[in-house]
Design a protein around this ligand. Structure first.
Ligand code: OOB
Length: 543
């Protein structure tokens, strides 16, 4: 039985760790030490802009140190986990660097997550505290925080950035004196996996491995002190966090601008005002931006690189980025578990438009295998497996999932089907697992089916992805009712009532009288999902 009270551990075998250190990938610097170094080098330079708040590197360190003392003053001890659910505001940084400096381990939730997800993260991580911002877009995070604590009482401390209303105000955290020494080889934080099966898993990332990934990403993107990164996607997601994202920008001494939402109206004004040079989007947002750029009053000429990733960007759309926005496209194919691929800014147009890039590191090992586990020749699609200096070797406390997701010699089975092109560039062809990639948000079919089965009128349910012109994929729930059909809106309302992130509510509900069975009994869930999907698409095409 997994012991949730234990802190997460670094999972590379010692010989690999030694090699990654010898090669200089793992530099032995913690997040806290990185911030101390940056603040010393340029204390007055602006590091973070969010709303009307502008924090210099010096301000950021001072606020983070105060917070670190305050967190420890609550009775938290180095190694304890703290769930962080903070939207794109300047306050994200003093909070997470405060945790890093105290040796506490942030567990990053997305602003879209609700009670069911947060309670799951709290249980799985053994978290003792939760940090939220008071409100966002009319949603109040304080009652949500209280509900999660009622469900998981071990989550003792609820800290609020903004109006605390009886909870612990973030601004009240303070103290002084020495802070603990934090080992760079230890786990710095945990991120949430998109999850191909069941509930989200926790991904432990070390200071060493993560800092390597964003330092190198910043170099690939040519970031320097003049770079201004617009964080338009939720900062807690791996792409805007580290590819090179907010941390890569800070590591390069640049400036991070937090956009409260990714709409062209909000983002274009910020690009103009702050002279933004680089940003990252998921494909549907890139389409929206290209459309909006045609008649915007805003000056977008400072933007040099638009990164697009999280889901497949079609070559047709990719070819339009430069004409529409006047900047270079960078395709980004990555995963929170580690491996990130980029097209390079000086790659030929053909590579930029038609591939999802190549790995960050010369020590990223990439295997592309057929169904029987044999390597396929270049140009042939196969299963992508990977191992390397910033790809995890195990999820936190998930023995069964680890046995499925990692080979005995430590390769991560990504679930993606790719082909390798000359130069080591990868082209993503599809996916082997059953999740829905809805505009970059990953939804596990199994997780949604389990919730649907809890509805009293549902006899059986299968959730599949359906191609969608805007979202890339949308979710469709096929339901066999017990008797009378409930209304699709009722099913959706029921799912919302389950305390799930809104993006997990099925986009479409289709009732069927039964699911196919074979002579030997029920077909596998994967086959069933594939059949339902194929039949649906055939019927749509015939309309
Ligand atoms: C990023 O991370 P996750 O963990 O939300 O999702 C990873 C999965 C990949 O395994 C792949 O299935 C899909 O998202 N994906 C793409 C893609 N980028 C990610 N599929 C096709 N084309 C792409 N360009 O999504 C993520 C993490 C870091 C950087 C960028 C994306």
């Amino acid at each position: 039985m997994a012991d949730e009270s234990q802190p997460p551990r670094q999972t590379w075998p010692e010989d690999f760790a030694r090699r990654y250190r010898e090669k200089g990938y793992w530099a032995g610097e913690s997040f806290g030490d990185m911030l101390r170094r940056l603040a010393e080098a340029h204390p007055d330079r602006i590091a973070v802009v969010g709303g009307e708040t502008r924090l210099s590197y010096g301000d950021l360190l001072a606020q983070a140190e105060r917070a670190a003392h305050g967190f420890l003053g609550l009775g938290l001890a180095p190694g304890d986990r703290v769930i962080v659910q903070i939207p794109n505001i300047a306050g994200f940084f003093p909070a997470v660097f405060g945790l890093f400096l105290a040796g506490l381990i942030p567990v990053y939730a997305l602003p879209a997550h609700r009670q069911t997800e947060l309670a799951h993260f709290a249980r799985r991580s053994g978290a003792k505290a939760l940090v939220v911002a008071d409100r966002l877009d009319g949603f109040d995070y304080r009652p949500l925080a209280r509900m999660v604590r009622d469900e998981v009482p071990e989550l003792r401390h609820l800290v609020v950035i903004g109006q605390a209303e009886g909870l612990i105000p973030f601004d009240s955290l303070q103290g002084s004196g020495p802070l603990p020494r934090v080992d760079a080889s230890s786990v710095a934080f945990m991120q949430i996996s998109g999850g191909t099966t069941g509930l989200s898993k926790l991904i432990p990332r070390t200071h060493d491995d993560y800092i390597y990934s964003f330092r190198e990403s910043a170099a690939i993107c040519g970031l320097d002190e003049g770079s201004v990164y617009l964080c338009a996607l939720p900062a807690a997601h791996n792409f805007p966090m580290s590819s090179p994202g907010v941390f890569g920008t800070l590591a390069a001494g640049g400036r991070v601008v937090m956009s409260p939402n990714p709409t062209p109206a909000t983002a274009f004004a910020l690009i103009e005002r702050e002279r933004v040079t680089i940003t990252g989007l998921v494909p549907p947002l890139a389409l929206l931006w290209m459309q909006a750029a045609a008649n915007t009053p805003h000056d977008l000429s400072s933007l040099k690189i638009l990164q697009v990733g999280g889901a497949k960007f079609t070559p047709e759309a990719a070819a339009r980025v430069k004409p529409a926005l006047g900047c270079t496209l960078q395709q980004v194919f990555g995963m929170a578990e580690g491996l990130v691929n980029y097209t390079r800014p000086d790659d030929p147009e053909d590579i930029i438009v038609n591939t999802q890039g190549r790995p960050i590191s010369g020590d990223d090992e990439v295997l592309i295998l057929d169904d029987s586990g044999q390597p396929v020749p270049d140009g042939t699609p196969g299963h992508l497996l990977t191992r390397g200096p910033y790809t995890i070797r195990a999820y936190h406390n998930e023995p069964a999932a680890n046995a499925r997701s990692f080979t005995p010699d430590g390769f991560y089975r990504t679930g993606d089907i790719v082909k390798r092109l000359p130069g080591g560039y990868l082209s993503v062809q599809g996916r082997a697992g059953d999740h829905i990639n809805r505009a970059g948000e990953k939804i596990s079919a199994e997780e949604i089916e389990d919730h649907l089965l809890a509805h009293p009128a549902v006899f059986d349910a299968a959730v599949v992805s359906i191609p969608d012109a805007f979202l890339g994929e949308r979710s469709c729930a096929f339901i066999v009712p017990k008797g009378e059909k409930p209304k699709p809106v009722e099913i959706k309302a029921f799912m919302r009532g389950r305390g799930l992130a809104e993006f997990k509510v099925p986009d479409q509900v289709v009732f069927v009288t039964e699911f196919a069975t074979t002579a030997v009994g029920k077909v596998s869930r994967n086959t069933l999902r594939a059949e339902l999907r194929a039949r649906y698409l055939e019927e749509e095409a015939a309309k």
